[in-house]
Write a protein that binds this ligand. Structure first.
Ligand code: PLP
Length: 405
């Protein structure tokens, strides 16, 4: 008998962060190799824990977590998200407009599935977080990539975005602060993007899952307070800022023009109902996370764990003849570019495999983020600074070898 045929669309979908290289790493580990794995922004495996007040909120309410909740999430969690947005100036934010999901991942899929007809186009950043491309393709949409180049601090050019708009364009996605580049978008840029969305009737989708993770005085500019007249989904969650990615809780606020987004709200609600509800124990943490003490700023300030590891990465790249790095202003990653001698015939996948096999370090090749430039790679800033220094010593050796030094 023939093998079972799988969905043909899946052949266009990639999620290499957990792909072939990660499988090879598991094989090496099974054979007794010790690896440094910097491929996933998974705080828990680097010794981070969810803050105590979140742990307490979940464990003390576990006994009440048996029933399903409303498909959009439990009222207290939704109200906490709405209040968070009202506090930053989204006057119309209410619990009715909040959707709680099994991570932002699920909500990205729901948001696109509720919107797209076959052939509809979605404007996505390149590099992107590849779930956005995957969910667009699996929901029969077509990704249209706008470039965010290192030479421009990884910020997009609004005119280039507008030039991509066609009658089939439905949504404009931005990731701020950005994974994988660490760019943080200034208000003036966001205003331009809102203006494009308004003039072309697009839905704005702001993936703000890294919203509190910022360095060196960079400021987070939320999109929703600017997008007052435009349907806008703002995504956030427990996974990164609150270091509880295993709890699988994310949220999205649908704001802006309520008349235009009424049907869209119902469509998202229906898709939410089909999967019943999000993980209930984790929902108990949302109020504590958004209403409790800030626990992320200290990690991002000088002396803090993320800050010092980021500094180690920046210094290592500055000292390397082979690497250029736009210092990440936010999020949990560095996205260096290979330059000079080492860039000649450089292939990010071949390099990542050689680095894994020869140096025991797992990174993600830049083209996994849907760019064509093969000279980038991504590493997470979650390990201790000393580990980061060791990683760059090994990367330096591998690049020396490639450059023929
Ligand atoms: N969006 C971005 C930009 C991410 O980097 C991630 C995870 O790394 C997600 C969404 C998914 O997060 P969640 O754990 O909430 O599903």
């Amino acid at each position: 008998m023939n093998p079972i045929a799988t969905r043909s669309r899946l052949r266009e979908v990639r999620y290499e962060i957990r792909g072939q290289l990660a499988r090879r790493a598991r094989e090496l580990e099974a054979g007794g190799r010790e690896l440094i794995k910097l491929h996933i922004g998974n705080p828990g495996v680097f010794g981070f824990r969810a803050p105590d007040h979140l742990q307490e909120a979940v464990s003390s309410r576990l006994w009440e977590s048996d029933p399903y909740t409303h498909q959009q999430g439990m009222p207290a969690a939704r109200e906490a998200v709405a209040a968070h947005h009202r506090a930053r100036g989204v006057a119309g934010a209410s619990a009715e407009k909040v959707f709680i999901g099994n991570g932002v991942s699920e909500l990205i899929d729901i948001a696109l599935r509720a919107l797209l007809d076959p052939g509809d186009e979605v404007l996505l950043p390149a590099p992107d977080y590849p779930l956005w491309s995957a969910a667009t393709i699996l929901n029969e949409g077509v990704p249209r990539y706008y470039a965010c180049e290192a030479g421009n601090g990884f910020l997009p050019d609004p005119d280039a975005i507008e030039a991509l708009v066609t009658p089939r364009t439905r949504a404009l996605v931005l990731i701020n602060p950005n994974n994988p580049t660490g760019a943080s978008y200034p208000r003036a840029l966001l205003e331009r993007l809102v203006d494009i969305a308004r003039r072309h009737g697009l839905v704005l989708m702001a993936d703000e899952i890294y919203e509190g993770i910022l360095y060196d005085g960079a400021a987070f500019e939320p999109l929703a307070p600017i997008a007052t007249e435009v349907p806008c989904l703002s995504f956030g969650g427990l996974s990164k800022v609150h270091r509880a990615c295993g709890w699988r809780v994310g949220w999205a606020l649908l704001s802006g023009d309520p008349v235009r987004s009424g049907d869209y709200h119902h469509a998202m609600d229906l898709l939410g109902a089909l999967r019943l509800c999000a993980n209930v124990p984790g929902q108990h943490a949302v109020e504590a996370a958004l209403g409790g003490p800030n626990t992320i700023d200290a990690l991002c300030a000088p002396g803090g764990r993320l800050y010092e590891t980021r500094r180690a990465a920046i210094e290592a790249c500055a000292a390397s003849p082979h690497l250029d790095l736009v210092a990440p202003q936010g999020a949990l990653y560095a996205f260096p570019r290979v330059v000079g001698e080492a860039a000649r015939d450089f292939d990010d996948h071949a390099f990542a495999l050689a680095l894994l096999e020869n140096e025991g370090v797992l990174i993600v090749p830049g083209t996994s983020f849907n760019i064509t430039d093969r000279r980038h790679f991504r590493i997470t800033l979650l390990p201790e600074a000393e580990v980061m220094r060791e990683v760059f010593r090994r990367i330096g050796r591998a690049l020396d070898a490639h450059a023929g030094r």
